[in-house]
Design a protein around this ligand. Structure first.
Ligand SMILES: [Zn+2]
Length: 300
């Protein structure tokens, strides 16, 4: 039985074995570090395991089942037409296209041509050739597509694209905002909180709730130096941790990651001004932005 645990073990062992023997992975560019594309992707661990299984052709799609059990017809159960290999199951089946198009209203995903089937390495090739934030989104998206497919094959078939679009959007934004370390700026009514990573502590720390009657906007931004394009995210929560508002926005052009972070802070402040509360906090992880802001004094 090929379980999640065995997939994980297999992944780790293969990566370690490639590193220790000096052999390259099967990646097109022969770079052993290529597996970090998956194991260091900014996504939950269960999604990394899913991506690993997809890249190594280890998902239980019909063509793979057919190799083991000849009575299994290798045709897609979802659409009934087309051989169900990994690419068909995750990218080209009707439902996949629908969800991908739905997410394009919110996410700046790569062009459709980037998702084409170029052979066994299509998924790895896709992940290698995009910015880190897009890589995370693609893994989130294909993981959800796989959930849909399994819901049809093994579940009640009621998972809908209309419900999956906001689900994915919120899951991604919440995950991104929760994987930022947090600093409490004691004794100051600083509007902007700047997390300072503890060198001894874990890389990822938990989100800290604001005080009662206060709300907190976690903001984040990504920027691609090659294209000048970026994205910003805002998640506003109350002191119970309930999400009041979440937003992810494309930045058509900006000149630096700091500029993108500033735009994210401004977006957070804009939204906070419409939320009734005693105190609104914008929390960012960009030190330089915070420095500029604190130099000019606290603002409420
Ligand atoms: Zn299909």
């Amino acid at each position: 039985m090929f379980s999640v645990r065995s997939a994980y073990r297999l992944g780790i062992e293969s990566a370690l074995s490639a590193l220790s023997t000096g052999q390259s992975s099967s990646a097109p560019n022969g770079d052993r570090q290529v597996w970090n594309i998956i194991w260091k992707a900014n996504v939950p661990q269960k999604l990394r395991i899913f991506a690993w299984k997809a890249v190594t052709n280890s998902l239980d799609v019909r063509t793979n089942l057919n190799r083991r059990i000849t009575s299994v017809v290798p045709v897609s159960v979802t659409c009934g037409c087309g051989k169900e290999d990994i690419h068909h199951a995750l990218v080209s089946c009707t439902l996949d296209v629908a969800l991908r198009h739905g997410m394009r209203d919110w996410w700046n995903l790569p062009a459709e041509s980037a998702f084409r089937d170029i052979g066994d390495e299509w998924f790895l090739d896709l992940l290698i050739n995009v910015a880190a934030v897009d890589r995370s989104r693609i893994i989130f998206l294909l993981w959800r597509v796989w959930h849909h497919r399994n819901n049809i094959v093994h579940g009640d078939g009621k998972a809908s694209v209309a419900a999956s679009v906001p689900y994915l959007k919120n899951y991604f934004e919440t995950f991104i905002s929760c994987t930022r370390p947090v600093l409490d700026v004691k004794g100051k009514s600083a509007f902007l909180q700047v997390p300072q990573p503890d060198p001894e502590g874990p890389l990822i720390s938990k989100w800290a709730a604001p005080a009662e009657h206060s709300v907190k906007a976690n903001v984040d931004a990504g920027w691609d130096a090659k294209t000048g394009r970026g994205g910003l995210g805002v998640v506003i929560r109350d002191h119970h941790g309930r999400v009041i508002l979440s937003e992810w926005k494309h930045i058509p052009y900006c000149s630096s990651v700091e500029e993108a972070e500033i735009l994210a802070c401004l977006e957070g402040m804009k939204h906070l001004s419409n939320v009734p509360c005693d105190k609104g906090i914008v929390e960012s992880d960009c030190l330089r932005v915070a420095y500029l802001h604190l130099k000019s004094g606290p603002c409420q």
